[in-house]
Design a protein around this ligand. Structure first.
Ligand code: NAD
Length: 407
């Protein structure tokens, strides 16, 4: 932790040993054989909606935490990140089969909309008391499928501070008998959709032009290089996939740190990236009238601070405490900001010196350790190899021998 330069007391909320016990793990999943640890890094310099926040990131990949922190630092001159979220409305799906007159059944369900919504409001008094619950009901006609046409009912359900999968799935299962009775069909699947496109989170930032110059690169070169790199992702799915993967480096790390379901977030993000019919970049980069770099990220973010592993995992609890978030919306606003910062870190590196240089130092340290370096030797060996641009285990061993001879 020493190299973050953070005041130790700032980290008191985050007990770095706070992990899961075998006993807790045994209640989480089946056939538990052990625990699996990952590094927790703390991203610094973030200001989200005017508030300073330290962001815990759980990730195995080098350079992510440093990249996000550095971009957050560049964003400070203009106040950091402005983020917002839609209402936490999830979509639950009910598949209805064996109907002969689909339009008529659809109309019958719509005629009973108020009654169905009232019934759905009975299932989760706790959620209702927090201001959540059913909001709307839609019925879609799937015209073509491998088994022919059928109906799909969408229950729009406000899940407040939960991710919502359990809440929605429970509501769907309990609503199904009425849906069968009204439609005259057979209810088959009843399950949440991870395409949470009514629950979008957005972040925007402006990087002052003068913050962008570095090394031999002028500020204009860096800015325009970033915009050119983004344009590639906007136009080409092969590039967009990797571009969005970079965004998810930041997003997933915070999602994981808070015990949230990162597969759900991944599934929703990539499906949303294709919502125009063509897979594209989740972010947008451009310049404002003053020539500053502007960035925006919009994506579904179904994260919770209640339920799932967020409540069970002590590390997740510590992560939420460190960030000082009290609502799921606040958490989503931080996550989407980290995603945007991470995206910028990757674009800036790619558009200038390339990605490998930044990775080099950490890579060199790993090679030094593999060669048997310990303590101070690690940095000494790594620095030499980076200088020589010769990062190999054999070279590390030679340098180690020389160091040992000297001492
Ligand atoms: P949950 O059911 O454990 O918690 C939600 C419940 O907490 C609500 O129904 C409500 O009764 C109560 N609650 C109390 N205070 C609340 C508040 N302020 N806001 C909202 N609810 C409040 O959790 P969940 O979020 O419904 O389910 C999440 C879990 O479901 C995750 O672990 C996920 O992995 C899993 N899951 C996901 C999928 C999927 O993504 N397709 C499918 C099934 C299960």
């Amino acid at each position: 932790m020493h190299h973050t330069g953070l005041d130790r007391s700032a980290l008191d909320a985050f007990n770095l040993d706070a992990g899961l016990t075998l006993e807790q793990a045994d209640h989480m999943i089946e056939n538990v054989a052990g625990l699996y640890a990952l590094p927790v890094g703390i991203a610094q310099h973030f200001i989200v909606n005017g508030r300073e926040v330290l962001v815990p990131m759980v990730i195995e990949e080098p350079s992510v935490v440093a990249g996000a922190s550095y971009m957050a630092k560049l964003a400070r001159a203009t106040g950091g990140f402005v983020a917002s979220t839609d209402a936490p409305e999830m979509i639950g799906q009910i598949q209805i089969l064996d109907i002969t007159d689909l339009p008529a059944a659809r109309q019958r369900l719509l005629n009973h909309k108020t009654e169905l919504l009232q019934e759905a409001a009975q299932f989760d008094p706790v959620l209702i008391s927090r201001g959540g619950g059913p909001r709307d009901l839609e019925v879609r006609l799937i015209e073509e499928s491998p088994i022919g046409p059928f109906l799909v009912l969408h229950l729009i359900y406000d899940v407040r501070d939960a991710m919502g999968a359990n809440a929605v799935n429970t509501a769907l299962e309990r609503l199904s008998p009425r849906v069968e009775a009204i439609s005259g069909g057979r209810v088959h699947l009843r399950i949440l959709s991870n395409l949470a496109d009514r629950r979008l989170a957005r972040a925007a930032t402006t990087i002052q032009l003068d913050q962008l110059a570095f090394g031999q690169f002028s500020a204009e070169e860096v800015r325009d290089g970033i915009i050119e790199a983004w344009a590639f992702a906007a136009a080409d799915p092969y590039r967009a996939t990797t571009h969005n993967k970079g965004i998810m480096n930041g997003v997933d790390a915070v999602v994981l740190a808070t015990g949230n379901d990162w597969r759900a977030i991944e599934a929703g993000a990539h499906a949303y990236a294709a919502h125009s019919g063509r897979y594209t970049s989740l972010s947008t980069w451009g310049k404002d009238a003053a020539g500053n770099l502007t960035g925006r990220l919009e994506m579904p973010l179904a994260v919770g601070i209640i339920g799932g592993a967020t409540r069970v995992h002590p590390g997740a609890q510590a992560a939420l405490k460190l960030m000082g978030v009290t609502t799921a919306a606040e958490l989503a606003e931080i996550i989407v900001s980290v995603g945007l910062a991470q995206n910028l870190a990757a674009l800036r590196a790619l558009a200038t010196e390339g990605i490998q240089r930044g990775h080099m130092a950490l890579h060199a340290r790993q090679i030094a350790i593999a060669a048997g370096a310990i303590g101070d030797q690690i940095d000494q060996v790594a620095d030499r190899m980076v200088q020589e641009q010769n990062i190999r285990v054999e070279r590390a061993q030679e340098i180690l021998l020389q160091l040992e001879k000297k001492n």
